[in-house]
Design a protein around this ligand. Sequence first.
Ligand SMILES: *[C@@H]1O[C@H](CO)[C@@H](O)[C@H](O)[C@H]1NC(C)=O
Ligand SMILES: *[C@@H]1O[C@H](CO)[C@@H](O)[C@H](O)[C@H]1NC(C)=O
Ligand SMILES: *[C@@H]1O[C@H](CO)[C@@H](O)[C@H](O)[C@H]1NC(C)=O
Ligand SMILES: *[C@@H]1O[C@H](CO)[C@@H](O)[C@H](O)[C@H]1NC(C)=O
Ligand SMILES: *[C@@H]1O[C@H](CO)[C@@H](O)[C@H](O)[C@H]1NC(C)=O
Ligand SMILES: *[C@@H]1O[C@H](CO)[C@@H](O)[C@H](O)[C@H]1NC(C)=O
Ligand SMILES: *[C@@H]1O[C@H](CO)[C@@H](O)[C@H](O)[C@H]1NC(C)=O
Ligand SMILES: *[C@@H]1O[C@H](CO)[C@@H](O)[C@H](O)[C@H]1NC(C)=O
Ligand SMILES: *[C@@H]1O[C@H](CO)[C@@H](O)[C@H](O)[C@H]1NC(C)=O
Length: 540
Amino acid sequence: MHLIVLAAILIGSLAEAAVLRDEQRVGGGNQSAFQWGPCDPSIVTNPSISCSFFEIPLDYHDLFAGYGRIAVAKANATAERFGTLFVNPGGPGQSGLAVLDAFGPMVLALTGGHYDVVSWDPRGVGPLTIPGDIQCFSSIEEYNTFWNGTIELTGIEMTGNFTDPEDIKALLSQAPIMQKKYEELGKRCLQQPSGQYLQYVGTAATVRDMVAMADALDGPNAPINYAGISYGTILGSWFINRRVVLDGVINPAFLATEETITFWPKLLVDADKVYDAFVTGCALSGPDGCAIATEGQSPADVDATIQGLIKRAHDAARKNSSIPVTSTDIRLELFGAMYFPDEWAPLANVSYPQAVAAVDAESGSNDLRARAMRRGLRKRQANQVPTYNGPAISCSDSVNSRGTTMTDVFKEIISSSRTSSHIFSSIWPDMFQYCPFWPVRAVERYQGPFNKTLANKVLIISNTYDPVTPVSGARALAELLGDDGVLVLQDGFGCINQIAFAYFVNGTIPADNNTLCQVDTDYEPFAGVDTEAILAALSF
Ligand SMILES: *[C@@H]1O[C@H](CO)[C@@H](O)[C@H](O)[C@H]1NC(C)=O
Ligand SMILES: *[C@@H]1O[C@H](CO)[C@@H](O)[C@H](O)[C@H]1NC(C)=O
Ligand SMILES: *[C@@H]1O[C@H](CO)[C@@H](O)[C@H](O)[C@H]1NC(C)=O
Ligand SMILES: *[C@@H]1O[C@H](CO)[C@@H](O)[C@H](O)[C@H]1NC(C)=O
Ligand SMILES: *[C@@H]1O[C@H](CO)[C@@H](O)[C@H](O)[C@H]1NC(C)=O
Ligand SMILES: *[C@@H]1O[C@H](CO)[C@@H](O)[C@H](O)[C@H]1NC(C)=O
Ligand SMILES: *[C@@H]1O[C@H](CO)[C@@H](O)[C@H](O)[C@H]1NC(C)=O
Ligand SMILES: *[C@@H]1O[C@H](CO)[C@@H](O)[C@H](O)[C@H]1NC(C)=O
Ligand SMILES: *[C@@H]1O[C@H](CO)[C@@H](O)[C@H](O)[C@H]1NC(C)=O
């Protein structure tokens, strides 16, 4: 879950790059700032990728704060070189090295081999970059003991839209405990070795790092090319100095000007639409293509089946709060798959039956069997010490706390289960919820303006069915950019955008604002059911 949200945020922050680039010039085509060689094989296995470190000041406005380094990876251009294409790992908190290892060859192919494709582990990420992974606990035992008996380990129990008042009572009664825990967590993060770096982690510094690398690789006046990638789907954020494409856009003003408790529900406003598309596709495909459906079921029937499973897990947890598969696990499993239509059929065919078997076992008190079934599901509890890279980066970027309490946070979750996403608003933990209690903010944050006049038009691409980067974010950005923004809507589920590709390879931009891309008609999320059939069957 965290991966996707983060990707979206970094996309939004490209507006920052556009602004920061104009004021910032570091280096001057200094190729010797990079020493390319083989990569650490435990992270990058593709031998066609080269790696280097790149030195960075911890604080661009105070060089006396000292220096760090970022771990950088590069897939060399294979055709006439147009320049460097920076690929953002997303998250925040994801490894760019791992992303380049997985997707570098694909991006190279998609761009005709004309760019050196470069990615990096940003500040606050990975074992090689300094400052790297943000740790708040020394061992998994310390972690488990600290969070023992709290919703941090079990998730929030609820059904429907917090339909049962008992669940509201139970959640609100956790507020004082969780507030104390989150404040104490901040102290522990500061006490760990990575604690000294918390203020140097964040998106503004990461944007400056990218600009510094671009200056060293391509010279200070060369265009910066930028692409965002997320999990098999290219988010397709193209950033070309005077020409920019933003895809999967979050309204950049949210994070810069609002507290994160109001930010998260806004990201989820389209999530239930995607869920509706999922159950619709499942019902249309029937039991042959989707194991959740039985013969002749409607989308509402499939939804009722899923809600029934969530309810049974919820009821089992009420009897025994230590059960291995909770209703949150099922929501997480669904949420993780929503982003990727390729995962819809495997979710229905494989993970869903596992969840059913686990919940059956729990309901019949066969705990060992439930534990065994849990193994296939997404892991809520960690087997190794979790890092706090995502919270460190997003909370560094966040506005100062305005006295928000944990009770406020929980009330917002309850209310957004009614106004935003009934099924996904209650997913816990969520990286944004740490921010009101996080102990530091970055030495530099970007808080606008986002409507700076640009030399050329920005292409903004938004998928109309995207669980966390709703089209409203793209519209808001288009409005902020005014005449500088051209909005393209894609009425499908995350396929590669032809317009962006043509723009990237040929430099062509659509003449019309608000272009609507055609659905990718031959793509079938479920056997025998294409996206057009799903869209036609949806009632909105
Ligand atoms: C180029 O980068 C290297 C390594 O960071 C540095 O030692 C050198 O001074 C730089 N040269 C120039 C001209 O900036
Ligand atoms: C990629 O290019 C760099 C020079 O920029 C070179 O040092 C490196 O060996 C090349 N990597 C591969 C795998 O060819
Ligand atoms: C969690 O608390 C329970 C009792 O409340 C205790 O039995 C168990 O050992 C604790 N687990 C950890 C990891 O501290
Ligand atoms: C799901 O199962 C159905 C039949 O049981 C099959 O037709 C379909 O290909 C399966 N899909 C996946 C991704 O396994
Ligand atoms: C509750 O679940 C825990 C962990 O799965 C199990 O060890 C315990 O025996 C269960 N308690 C009851 C009363 O069934
Ligand atoms: C909760 O959901 C139910 C059923 O979907 C609906 O009737 C009810 O109005 C919702 N409650 C609130 C407070 O939104
Ligand atoms: C940007 O927005 C601000 C505040 O909304 C406004 O005062 C300013 O005129 C805008 N600038 C441009 C270039 O549109
Ligand atoms: C594109 O559309 C947005 C609203 O969707 C509008 O604010 C903007 O001015 C338009 N841009 C152009 C170049 O017409
Ligand atoms: C780029 O332009 C050429 C010539 O107009 C055209 O044949 C080609 O299809 C275009 N490529 C893309 C990706 O649009």
